[in-house]
Design a protein around this ligand. Sequence first.
Ligand code: CP
Length: 323
Amino acid sequence: MKYKGAVMNDSQMGERGLRHLLSLENMPKEIVIDILDRAGEFLSAASGGAKKVPVLRGKTIFNLFFENSTRTRTTFEIAAKRLSADVVNLNVSTSSQSKGESLLDMVNNLVAMQADMFVVRHSQSGAAHLIAKHVPSGVHVINAGDGRHSHPTQGLLDAFSIRQYKNSFDGLRVAIVGDVLHSRVARSQIHVLKTLGVDDIRVCGPRTLAPETVSDLGVTVFHEIEKAVLGVDVIMMLRLQHERMSGTLLPSPQDFFRGYGLTEERLLLADNDVIVMHPGPINRGVEIASSVADGPRSIILPQVTYGIAVRMSVMAVLLGNSL
Ligand code: CP
């Protein structure tokens, strides 16, 4: 499918449509809707007993995770297997990187093994872009999280989850709370929600973690959670990214919870039908109370389930564009 007039990072586009998934910034709405709709079809098929489909039979997908992951790596593996692809989970810590092999030399060797797709997580922003620029045509790259830049499949699965529970994005009020500064998830959520027409996006955290400059993304910045969650339909909590911050930015976990933790009392300020989301892993008692994380408004575990269908959809769309 061709997307005429698409204004997007050209490095993602091939002649037949989306070739790589690197970022959701400026992603055309029709591509987002196409991915969400196909995810819905995969989800329905799985509920009807057809978990496994032959869409990517004969394709070889490499999971390259240079940074730890539970949800993303595992759901990509399950998604690829459900599409009947062959999946290789490269153990980076025991790979020849430890002998000094460069990232691109490693990729060259995996391409020589006839890789069709790389799913890449890396602590450095831009790592997936670098690989995407390097691989030959016919090979696809999905960014599974790079530094603090982007986590596009998380943004898409979050949008899919919201659509499952709210049906529509019209008039939606969304609060994103926590460590916005270091969060690739928040950036991807904001990009996809803006694309889907959500105008009321409120970002909230201490000034060190939610600086006023975030408003450049077209969101309203709050520093008091009670004001940010007032009347909202969706609350998206973020994990404190300890690994990406210096200690001076962060109050103690207890202070953070006192100021910004999502408690049952604060939840009462939101709309009665509010849904609570979190990309995981959650820090109980730091950004969210256990009673909220496990409570009736939480859709944190359904988000994980939907991640499989959304990742199936993304892989099918990208590889479908090279068939
Ligand atoms: N949400 C997310 O990226 O979780 P993992 O780090 O476990 O993959």
